[in-house]
Design a protein around this ligand. Structure first.
Ligand code: SAH
Length: 406
């Protein structure tokens, strides 16, 4: 068995059960990609069993902090089952949900989402790559499902020295081929279709489920007349607003504008509006850059009762934080200017490199620059099937604010 010996004093984060072992903390030791290593302090004391990753800056990720634990198929299957079972503790009002959220579920680098009868997985570390077959079988067993599609084409793979891989891993459709990768999930009171092969991430932004519900409630309560959904992707917040307006009997006369720079996403957004029976509603879909669109709307003197800003990750790591902060501030400033008094802004950042406090400051700064005051009435975050854990604070990535313009 191979041993990874740490430098003096570098055992502290592992002692707190944080699962990452950085290259810079290692005194000596090496192994093959994904191989299990015994991690020891400089003094030779056992710290963890971990999966080695030969080229990643995160050189190993811990599987277990218990010396007697064997890292084998049975152990990994038990982690999969535990993650799946834990979802019943959360209040998930959808048949689309995250079943495994990497480090938070003790499976570093593994993401598994369920869309109805289909699982979609991303294997993003050398450790889970090595155990892929065991994990695939265990996931199907734990869920009682038969189909698993692999979407290991996220950026993180490169950093682990792994090539992108996509396609059916288990239960390919009769006749194989790439067809039939569109799924429709039921979320709260509406339906949303997505494509597991071509959609972002595993196909959909499940993490925004509860914020979409909140937006539907606000639409129902406030009977928005003019709604702007920026970075709309497949139209989740647009459908939510329509559902809320319908519940209030306030669809008539409401105008909803959805903006995204991806044409396939907009086509799916349009299809999702129709899927929920809202084809007669006054909806517009703009294939455009959000920043430029917000500027144009200001020039045209347009205003809105509700705006959603859910941009892509501007700061993947802390190194990008400064530039990203400027970009967040800019779109928030423009959006706040477009709001009527009493109007609501739902604004998000999914950047790990921007913490909740910093995001709050950025939005506040945007208000100052816009000359707009507002009540920050709620803080929003990822749905509970994307858990944060005590031991892994990096798990907090998505944060949102609900701002009501004074
Ligand atoms: N709110 C969505 C998820 C948004 S993901 C939901 O609930 O499902 C971010 C989206 O921003 C992606 O669809 C991407 O195509 C889009 N995007 C990225 N840069 C953009 C830009 N400069 N202008 C417009 N859209 C952009």
């Amino acid at each position: 068995m191979k041993i990874l010996r740490l430098k003096p004093g570098k055992e502290r984060s592992l002692a707190r059960r944080h699962p990452w072992i950085f290259e810079s903390a290692i005194a000596r030791g090496s192994a093959d990609a994904g191989e299990t290593v015994r991690v020891e302090s400089h003094e030779g004391q056992f710290l963890a069993w971990a999966a080695f990753s030969p080229i990643s800056k995160i050189r190993a990720r811990a599987w277990s902090f218990v010396e007697a634990q064997r890292i084998d198929a049975g152990f990994l299957a038990s982690l999969c089952k535990k993650a799946v079972d834990a979802r019943s503790l959360f209040d998930i009002r959808s048949d689309g949900m995250r079943l495994v959220h990497g480090e938070a579920d003790g499976l570093p680098g593994l993401i598994v989402d369920r869309y109805g009868d289909t699982l979609v997985a991303q294997f993003l570390s050398a450790g889970v790559e090595r155990w892929k077959d065991v994990l695939a079988d265990a996931l199907l067993k734990a869920t009682g499902l038969a189909r698993l599609y692999e979407r290991s084409d996220a950026n993180g793979r490169e950093r682990e020295g792994l090539k992108p891989v996509t396609g059916w891993l288990r239960g390919a459709d009769e006749g194989g081929g790439s067809g039939d990768t569109v799924r429709a999930i039921r979320e709260h009171g509406w339906q949303l279709s997505l494509d597991i092969a071509t959609g972002h991430k595993t196909g959909f932004y499940l993490d925004q489920r509860d914020s979409r519900q909140r937006f539907a409630e606000l639409a129902q309560h406030r009977k928005f007349r003019r709604v702007l959904n920026c970075f709309c992707y497949t139209g989740g917040f647009t459908v939510a607003a329509l559902a809320g307006l319908k519940a209030a009997g306030a669809l008539e006369g409401a105008e909803l504008t959805s903006v995204d720079s991806s044409l396939p996403a907009l086509e799916m957004a349009r299809a999702n509006v129709a899927l929920n029976g809202f084809e007669a509603a006054d909806t517009r879909f703009l294939d455009a850059d959000v920043n430029a669109t917000l500027r144009r709307f200001i020039e045209e003197g347009q205003t809105f009762d509700a705006i959603v800003l859910d941009p892509p990750k501007f700061a993947p790591t802390i190194a990008h934080a400064e530039r990203a902060a400027r970009a967040y501030k800019d779109i928030n400033r423009l959006a706040l200017k477009l709001l009527v008094p009493g109007g609501v802004l739902l604004t998000f950042s999914c950047s790990g490199g921007i913490g909740a406090d910093l995001f709050h400051k950025i939005v506040a700064g945007a208000g100052i620059d816009a000359g707009v005051d507002g009540y920050i009435s709620e803080r929003l975050g990822a749905a509970p099937d994307h858990p944060m854990t005590i031991e892994f604070p990096e798990g907090e990535y998505l944060k949102g604010l609900l701002v009501v313009r004074k």
